[in-house]
Design a protein around this ligand. Structure first.
Ligand SMILES: [Mg+2]
Length: 219
């Protein structure tokens, strides 16, 4: 039998099959200090490198999605942001971690200056950055995970169709039943468990309207 006589494999051309761990930046990767743009102010959160290593080992791409309205507010420039991002990626690389893509949104609907004052589909809680990553990286969001520290992060993930949207809650009492955890280490543990048990134990618990408090400290 010629090789060409074998039936074609039942694959769907171009079907997305890759999964990502979406990471908010400020308050997840680094300590939230309001409008961080200088290297000396950038402090990695304990456990972020371990969490990323766990995710990489389990086949997740790593995608950063960050509102950066400090650019639109003219607190710092695109070049400042890129300089800090380049340094951040080098620090990850020093831990053998490749961040696959960084998306940022510089706009703000009311506080942006000039061309930066506008609504943007990419500004969380809108899902634009996540959907761009889906299309550009060929991601299947139904097997992807997001980690954020604000309700707007979670809302963006849900709007985009990300399966599991995890909130890092460092003050107050996290509710693991709603995928809230107090530390990145705990999130790493959750990722290990759900990966081991075929993702069946960690499906998203929908955030109820009644106990959702919108964050006031918006970027
Ligand atoms: Mg944040």
């Amino acid at each position: 039998m010629q090789a060409s006589e074998f039936p074609a494999r039942p694959v769907t051309p171009g079907a997305p099959h890759r999964k990502a761990l979406f990471l908010d930046r400020d308050g997840v990767i680094n300590v939230e200090k309001n409008y961080v743009y200088r290297i000396e102010d950038f402090e990695f959160l304990p456990g972020i490198f371990d969490l990323c290593t766990i995710a990489k080992q389990r086949g997740f791409l790593l995608v950063v999605i960050t509102n950066q309205a400090g650019i639109g507010r003219d607190y710092y420039s695109e070049a400042d942001f890129q300089r800090l991002t380049d340094w951040m990626l080098e620090e990850f690389q020093a831990h053998d971690i490749k961040i696959d893509r960084v998306y940022h949104c510089p706009y703000h609907p009311t506080a942006g200056i000039g061309e930066y004052r506008r609504d943007s589909f990419h500004r969380k809680p809108n899902p634009g950055m996540i959907l761009s990553a889906r299309d550009e990286l060929g991601l299947d969001l139904s097997i992807s995970v997001l980690v954020g520290d604000k309700d707007t992060d979670i809302q963006a993930g849900i709007a985009a169709g990300v399966k599991n949207n995890i909130k890092l809650v460092t003050s107050g009492e996290p509710d693991p039943g709603r995928l809230e955890f107090a530390t990145l280490q705990a999130i790493g543990g959750w990722l290990v468990l759900t990966s081991t048990f075929c993702n069946r134990s960690g499906s998203q618990q929908a955030t109820s309207e009644s106990d959702t408090s919108m964050d006031k400290g918006e970027k």
